[in-house]
Design a protein around this ligand. Structure first.
Ligand code: CP3
Length: 345
């Protein structure tokens, strides 16, 4: 019995389940204690450490789901991108893909071996988590491609768009590689025993509608079609900045739509068909608010979503590293306290 899994199937739950994006990370002292000793990629690649970091926020806050401690760029790394996480800069890839010959330099074969540490981390976690479900994840091809092309983070994805508009065949070939690798990667995670999947397309909202069709909807559909998912592990799609294109999102065979912090969750809830779960969307910056303002903002979301079965409380993007964990504890307390009005009556 898991209220998170119930909500992904649009079953009514006594209160909304809660987990938060980036729930394991630098805002926790117990994470920083490991991070002082190990590199980020080293932590991800060591199954015992990845499992331990995944468990930290579950122990501290009792979240209703755990998310595997890893990164969306593990697939890029496995494909041969020379990936490093640089302090205060984020991911850096020293061999970006900007031509067909760059793409040919990447490795083309068995990602299973290269990503076996993920299977091992999942296998270590399952017994330790008990009844708490484990969410596996991947980046969507467009967002992962953008890091592989830019060589790191970018405000406007200029280099990615240059590639799209000047060498569409290179972009097509890179995306094709990523569709196959990502599907294999998610199949690996499902086989290893994850209870749910979330796909992150963080930069999907930077595309025009036409390019969104080509580089977001089409490849995500191709991945979903490749999944071997006999038990029907539920799938959440978090495509930041794409609520305007909700009609296309709800054509995809996913169970939950993740909403970013910018949209009005009540309006979106009335818009998204009832058979979908809805997840989100507290502005992560609200975690800097006074306790009174924080409470008002959290309760506003809870009340707005009280009559929707399948609502999952979350932030509208990842938690920031300098947030006070006491604020997270407050949010969890408010969600735990909340009783769904419709269920009571
Ligand atoms: O949610 C979780 O707790 C699970 C783990 C997780 C991480 N990254 C850990 C992480 C997940 C699901 C991600 C996804 C991810 N990674 C996304 C998509 C979601 C989003 O936030 O938009 C993206 C775009 C990335 C790529 C990435 N990884 C960036 C841009 C950065 C640097 C920014 C930053 O926060 O430092 C990372 C690093 C990263 N990923 C950290 C963590 C805990 C910090 C690493 C450190 O300790 O130095």
């Amino acid at each position: 019995m898991s209220i998170y899994l119930d909500a992904t199937r649009c079953r009514r739950t006594p209160r909304p389940p809660i987990w938060i994006m980036r729930q394991a990370g630098r805002y926790l002292a117990e994470y920083r204690a490991f991070r002082d000793k190990y590199g980020f990629l080293e932590m991800i690649r060591t199954p015992e450490i990845a499992a331990e970091i995944t468990l930290q926020p579950i122990r501290r806050f009792g979240f209703d789901a755990a998310i595997l401690f890893s990164d969306i760029l593990t697939v890029a790394d496995a494909l041969g991108a020379d990936l490093n996480f640089v302090e205060a800069k984020g991911p850096v890839i020293s061999n970006p893909v900007r031509s067909m010959s760059d793409l040919d330099q990447l490795v083309g074969h068995d990602l299973r071996d290269r990503l076996s540490y993920v299977t091992q981390a999942i296998q270590a976690l399952k017994p330790a988590l008990g009844a708490t479900p484990l969410i596996g994840f991947s980046g969507a091809p467009f967002t992962v491609a953008s890091y592989m092309i830019e060589g790191g983070s970018s405000r406007d994805l200029k280099t990615t768009k240059q590639l799209i508009y000047s060498q569409p065949e290179t972009m097509e070939a890179l995306m094709d590689r990523l569709v196959k690798s990502t599907a294999d990667y998610l199949n690996m995670q499902i086989e290893a025993g994850v209870d749910a999947i979330q796909i992150f397309d963080t930069w999907a909202g930077l595309l025009s509608y036409a390019e969104f069709q080509t580089w977001v909807i089409k490849p995500i559909r191709a991945i979903l079609n490749r999944l071997r998912n006999p038990a029907g592990v539920p799938i959440t799609l978090f495509a930041k900045g794409t609520a305007l294109f909700w009609q296309d999102l709800v054509q995809l065979p996913v169970q939950v739509i993740g909403l970013d912090w910018q949209v009005d969750i009540g309006t979106m809830s009335r818009t998204i068909p009832a058979e979908f779960g809805v997840q989100g969307n507290l502005d992560p910056m609200v975690l800097y608010a006074t306790p009174e303002i924080l409470e008002a903002k959290v309760n506003q979301i809870l009340e707005t979503m009280a009559d929707r079965p399948g609502y999952i409380f979350n932030l509208g993007h990842g938690i920031l590293p300098d947030v006070d964990p006491a604020q997270v504890q407050r949010v969890v307390g408010l969600v735990h306290q909340f009783e769904n009005e419709r269920i009571r009556t």
